[in-house]
Design a protein around this ligand. Structure first.
Ligand code: ATP
Length: 199
Protein backbone atom coordinates (compact mmCIF):
# COMPACT_ATOMS: atom_id res chain seq x y z
CA UNK A 1 0.00 0.00 0.00
CA UNK A 2 1.01 3.61 -0.40
CA UNK A 3 1.81 5.53 2.76
CA UNK A 4 2.09 9.31 2.84
CA UNK A 5 4.58 10.96 5.18
CA UNK A 6 4.02 14.58 6.09
CA UNK A 7 6.46 16.33 8.39
CA UNK A 8 6.54 19.90 9.61
CA UNK A 9 6.83 22.12 12.61
CA UNK A 10 3.04 22.60 12.61
CA UNK A 11 3.27 25.73 14.73
CA UNK A 12 0.32 25.75 14.32
CA UNK A 13 -1.11 23.20 11.88
CA UNK A 14 -3.39 25.02 9.43
CA UNK A 15 -5.65 24.54 6.40
CA UNK A 16 -2.64 24.97 4.09
CA UNK A 17 -1.44 21.67 5.54
CA UNK A 18 -4.70 19.76 5.90
CA UNK A 19 -6.30 20.51 2.53
CA UNK A 20 -3.33 19.74 0.23
CA UNK A 21 -2.66 16.52 2.16
CA UNK A 22 -6.31 15.49 1.68
CA UNK A 23 -5.94 16.15 -2.04
CA UNK A 24 -2.69 14.18 -2.19
CA UNK A 25 -4.29 11.24 -0.40
CA UNK A 26 -7.09 11.14 -2.92
CA UNK A 27 -5.01 11.75 -5.99
CA UNK A 28 -2.25 9.25 -5.24
CA UNK A 29 -4.36 6.69 -3.40
CA UNK A 30 -2.53 6.98 -0.10
CA UNK A 31 -4.03 4.39 2.22
CA UNK A 32 -2.51 6.11 5.22
CA UNK A 33 -0.87 9.44 5.96
CA UNK A 34 1.58 9.70 8.85
CA UNK A 35 1.86 13.21 10.27
CA UNK A 36 5.24 13.81 11.90
CA UNK A 37 5.75 16.93 14.00
CA UNK A 38 9.42 17.91 14.05
CA UNK A 39 11.21 18.43 17.32
CA UNK A 40 13.75 20.86 15.92
CA UNK A 41 13.82 21.50 12.18
CA UNK A 42 17.47 21.45 11.01
CA UNK A 43 16.78 24.43 8.75
CA UNK A 44 14.48 26.50 10.93
CA UNK A 45 16.01 26.01 14.39
CA UNK A 46 13.95 25.49 17.52
CA UNK A 47 10.21 25.89 17.01
CA UNK A 48 8.79 28.49 19.34
CA UNK A 49 5.87 26.50 20.72
CA UNK A 50 6.08 23.56 23.09
CA UNK A 51 5.75 20.21 21.29
CA UNK A 52 2.87 19.28 23.61
CA UNK A 53 0.72 22.01 22.02
CA UNK A 54 1.86 21.35 18.45
CA UNK A 55 1.06 17.65 18.85
CA UNK A 56 -2.32 18.35 20.42
CA UNK A 57 -3.24 20.62 17.50
CA UNK A 58 -2.21 18.05 14.88
CA UNK A 59 -4.24 15.43 16.77
CA UNK A 60 -7.28 17.71 16.58
CA UNK A 61 -6.68 18.49 12.91
CA UNK A 62 -6.58 14.83 11.87
CA UNK A 63 -9.40 13.69 14.16
CA UNK A 64 -12.15 11.99 12.17
CA UNK A 65 -9.74 10.65 9.52
CA UNK A 66 -8.93 7.09 10.59
CA UNK A 67 -6.46 6.84 7.70
CA UNK A 68 -4.36 9.67 9.18
CA UNK A 69 -2.09 9.02 12.13
CA UNK A 70 0.24 11.03 14.30
CA UNK A 71 3.83 9.92 14.78
CA UNK A 72 6.13 10.77 17.66
CA UNK A 73 9.19 9.44 15.80
CA UNK A 74 10.93 12.80 15.49
CA UNK A 75 9.83 14.09 18.87
CA UNK A 76 11.23 10.98 20.55
CA UNK A 77 14.58 11.15 18.76
CA UNK A 78 17.44 13.43 19.67
CA UNK A 79 17.35 16.60 17.53
CA UNK A 80 17.87 17.71 14.85
CA UNK A 81 15.10 15.90 12.98
CA UNK A 82 16.51 14.71 9.68
CA UNK A 83 13.92 13.45 7.22
CA UNK A 84 16.31 10.83 5.87
CA UNK A 85 16.54 9.24 9.33
CA UNK A 86 12.76 9.24 9.68
CA UNK A 87 12.34 7.64 6.26
CA UNK A 88 14.97 4.98 7.01
CA UNK A 89 13.14 4.00 10.17
CA UNK A 90 9.77 3.94 8.40
CA UNK A 91 11.02 1.94 5.43
CA UNK A 92 12.38 -0.69 7.81
CA UNK A 93 9.00 -0.82 9.52
CA UNK A 94 6.86 -0.82 6.36
CA UNK A 95 8.90 -3.19 4.21
CA UNK A 96 6.18 -4.01 1.71
CA UNK A 97 4.78 -0.51 1.35
CA UNK A 98 5.59 2.43 -0.86
CA UNK A 99 6.46 5.62 0.99
CA UNK A 100 5.34 8.97 -0.42
CA UNK A 101 6.91 12.06 1.10
CA UNK A 102 4.53 15.03 0.94
CA UNK A 103 5.71 18.65 0.93
CA UNK A 104 5.03 22.11 -0.43
CA UNK A 105 7.02 23.23 -3.46
CA UNK A 106 8.85 25.74 -1.24
CA UNK A 107 10.23 22.81 0.71
CA UNK A 108 10.99 20.93 -2.51
CA UNK A 109 13.02 23.88 -3.78
CA UNK A 110 15.36 23.50 -0.82
CA UNK A 111 15.70 19.72 -1.03
CA UNK A 112 19.39 19.86 -1.91
CA UNK A 113 20.10 21.45 1.45
CA UNK A 114 18.56 18.54 3.34
CA UNK A 115 20.75 15.77 4.70
CA UNK A 116 21.33 13.08 2.06
CA UNK A 117 18.69 14.09 -0.52
CA UNK A 118 19.62 11.20 -2.87
CA UNK A 119 18.84 8.71 -0.13
CA UNK A 120 15.55 10.50 0.60
CA UNK A 121 14.57 10.08 -3.04
CA UNK A 122 15.60 6.43 -3.00
CA UNK A 123 13.49 5.74 0.08
CA UNK A 124 10.37 7.65 -0.94
CA UNK A 125 8.53 9.04 -3.91
CA UNK A 126 7.83 12.74 -3.52
CA UNK A 127 4.50 14.48 -4.01
CA UNK A 128 4.90 18.25 -3.90
CA UNK A 129 1.96 20.65 -3.91
CA UNK A 130 2.03 24.23 -5.05
CA UNK A 131 1.81 26.69 -2.24
CA UNK A 132 0.93 29.64 -4.42
CA UNK A 133 -1.45 29.57 -7.39
CA UNK A 134 0.36 27.68 -10.13
CA UNK A 135 1.05 29.86 -13.18
CA UNK A 136 2.59 27.11 -15.29
CA UNK A 137 6.19 28.21 -15.13
CA UNK A 138 9.08 28.85 -12.88
CA UNK A 139 9.21 25.79 -10.69
CA UNK A 140 12.88 24.93 -10.33
CA UNK A 141 13.28 21.22 -9.71
CA UNK A 142 16.38 20.79 -7.58
CA UNK A 143 19.22 18.77 -9.00
CA UNK A 144 19.04 15.63 -6.94
CA UNK A 145 20.02 12.33 -8.55
CA UNK A 146 16.97 10.18 -9.21
CA UNK A 147 14.45 12.89 -8.33
CA UNK A 148 12.89 13.39 -11.77
CA UNK A 149 11.52 9.86 -11.90
CA UNK A 150 10.27 9.91 -8.34
CA UNK A 151 8.55 13.30 -8.28
CA UNK A 152 4.92 14.31 -8.77
CA UNK A 153 4.05 18.00 -8.58
CA UNK A 154 0.38 18.80 -8.29
CA UNK A 155 -2.08 21.53 -7.42
CA UNK A 156 -2.87 21.19 -3.73
CA UNK A 157 -5.46 23.97 -3.84
CA UNK A 158 -3.16 26.90 -3.11
CA UNK A 159 -4.04 28.03 0.37
CA UNK A 160 -2.21 31.25 1.03
CA UNK A 161 -1.67 30.53 4.66
CA UNK A 162 1.61 30.40 6.49
CA UNK A 163 2.20 29.52 10.11
CA UNK A 164 4.50 32.52 10.44
CA UNK A 165 1.79 34.95 9.26
CA UNK A 166 -0.74 33.25 11.49
CA UNK A 167 1.47 33.64 14.54
CA UNK A 168 2.08 37.29 13.73
CA UNK A 169 -1.67 37.95 13.37
CA UNK A 170 -2.48 36.10 16.58
CA UNK A 171 0.20 38.00 18.46
CA UNK A 172 -1.59 41.19 17.41
CA UNK A 173 -4.91 39.88 18.70
CA UNK A 174 -6.21 38.34 15.45
CA UNK A 175 -8.42 35.27 15.24
CA UNK A 176 -7.30 31.92 13.82
CA UNK A 177 -10.82 31.17 12.51
CA UNK A 178 -11.05 30.33 8.83
CA UNK A 179 -7.37 29.44 8.51
CA UNK A 180 -7.13 26.42 10.81
CA UNK A 181 -9.59 23.57 11.43
CA UNK A 182 -12.33 24.59 13.90
CA UNK A 183 -11.11 22.47 16.84
CA UNK A 184 -7.58 23.84 16.36
CA UNK A 185 -8.93 27.39 16.48
CA UNK A 186 -10.71 26.55 19.75
CA UNK A 187 -7.51 25.05 21.16
CA UNK A 188 -5.45 28.13 20.27
CA UNK A 189 -8.02 30.41 21.88
CA UNK A 190 -8.44 28.25 24.98
CA UNK A 191 -4.69 28.01 25.63
CA UNK A 192 -4.03 31.60 24.62
CA UNK A 193 -1.30 30.45 22.24
CA UNK A 194 0.76 32.96 20.28
CA UNK A 195 -0.55 35.91 22.28
CA UNK A 196 2.07 38.59 22.29
CA UNK A 197 4.73 36.32 20.76
CA UNK A 198 5.63 37.69 17.34
CA UNK A 199 7.38 35.62 14.65
P1 ATP B 1 6.13 28.81 8.27
O1 ATP B 1 5.21 29.76 7.58
O2 ATP B 1 6.40 29.21 9.70
O3 ATP B 1 7.35 28.44 7.49
P2 ATP B 1 4.87 26.39 7.49
O4 ATP B 1 3.43 26.17 7.72
O5 ATP B 1 5.40 26.63 6.12
O6 ATP B 1 5.31 27.49 8.48
P3 ATP B 1 5.65 23.73 8.33
O7 ATP B 1 4.62 23.49 9.37
O8 ATP B 1 7.00 23.25 8.69
O9 ATP B 1 5.80 25.26 8.08
O10 ATP B 1 5.20 23.19 6.94
C1 ATP B 1 5.14 21.81 6.69
C2 ATP B 1 4.93 21.55 5.22
O11 ATP B 1 3.72 22.17 4.79
C3 ATP B 1 6.02 22.08 4.29
O12 ATP B 1 6.30 21.06 3.33
C4 ATP B 1 5.39 23.27 3.62
O13 ATP B 1 5.87 23.45 2.31
C5 ATP B 1 3.94 22.90 3.59
N1 ATP B 1 3.03 24.05 3.63
C6 ATP B 1 2.91 24.95 4.63
N2 ATP B 1 1.98 25.88 4.33
C7 ATP B 1 1.47 25.54 3.12
C8 ATP B 1 0.46 26.11 2.26
N3 ATP B 1 -0.20 27.22 2.59
N4 ATP B 1 0.20 25.47 1.10
C9 ATP B 1 0.88 24.36 0.76
N5 ATP B 1 1.84 23.79 1.51
C10 ATP B 1 2.15 24.36 2.67
Amino acid sequence: MRIGIFGGTFDPVHDGHVNPVARAAERFGLARVIWIPARVSPLKGAPPTDARHRVAMVALAIDGRPDWVLSFDELDREPPSYTVDTLSALSARFLRDELWLLMGTDALAGLRMWKDPEEIVRLARIAAFHREPFVGQGLAIPEVAGLQNRLEVFDGGSFKISATDLRTDLARGGSPAGRVPGPVAEYITKHRLYRGVEG
